[in-house]
Design a protein around this ligand. Structure first.
Ligand code: FES
Length: 249
């Protein structure tokens, strides 16, 4: 390690650390998990077919656009919005900075370089998070509509396994979205004194609710990420005839 002075903090070489625990497991697992999702999503987004069956619509293709002027997969018109929301999420930033940029790969572990200066320069787009959040809230309502629609088959009201998959998908995305730090700031995080502002009590209650979701933001980030991919895969496999939807009711 380099010697340090008060004016110049230590610059520890990459992976140099006094930690004796398995600190490298988390960034490696994060990298593998994110890569797997990105590869599958990219493949599914470019297919442009097998994204609906009966009352089911893949979340990657919702809302369903069918513009004659757009010659590519309709998913490409959609996925930039939820993708941007996750890319700029405060939790995901930490995850992929550690997993892919090693800057640093973990707490108290040497970084690849020491040039990080906050969300400026190349990273200035991270400041768009609150605007992606507004779009994400709209998507929660759209996917909730899809979940309700999944109860209405050609022969009437019913429940299939795909119905449950899409309902769970909407719930998980709501838990992830409404635990967002920008939502928390919006509903009350910017208030210093709740009893001094209009609607202080309901805002405080809302803030506490959002805080409960926010406490488990990492969990909802991962579960909702993989469930949305699973929802697309389920609809895709049923649509292709590889599996048969289990009709429960
Ligand atoms: S901080 Fe994670 S979605 Fe906003």
């Amino acid at each position: 390690m380099e010697r340090t002075t008060a004016a110049q903090p230590a610059r520890i070489a990459l992976f140099d650390t006094s930690r004796r625990d398995l600190w490298w497991v988390a960034p490696m697992a994060t990298a593998a998990g994110l890569l797997l999702f990105v590869v599958y999503t990219t493949w599914a987004a470019f297919q442009g077919e097998h994204f609906e069956w009966g009352p089911y619509l893949s979340p990657f293709y919702s809302p369903h656009f069918a513009f004659t002027w757009w010659p590519f997969s309709p998913a490409l018109l959609i996925l930039w919005a939820p993708g941007g929301f996750r890319l700029t999420c405060y939790y995901y930033r930490k995850a992929y900075y550690r997993a892919f940029m090693w800057n640093p790969p973990a707490c108290a572990v040497g970084a690849l370089n020491h040039s990080y200066r906050g969300e400026r320069a190349l990273f200035i787009f991270q400041n768009l998070h609150r605007f992606f959040m507004y779009l994400a809230v709209v998507f929660v309502f759209i996917l909730s509509y899809d979940a309700v629609r999944a109860f209405f088959f050609a022969d009437g009201f019913g429940i299939g396994l795909g119905t449950l998959v899409l309902v769970v998908n909407a719930i998980l995305l709501a838990l992830f979205t409404f635990g967002c730090n920008s939502v928390r700031h919006l509903v009350g995080g910017n208030v210093d004194c709740y009893s001094c502002v209009a609607l202080g009590k309901p805002r405080h209650q809302l803030w506490r609710l959002v805080t409960r979701f926010n406490d488990h933001h990492m969990l909802w980030a991962w579960v909702s990420l993989y469930w949305v991919g699973f929802a697309d895969l389920y609809v895709r496999l049923v649509s292709m005839g590889v599996i048969t939807d289990l009709r429960i009711l």
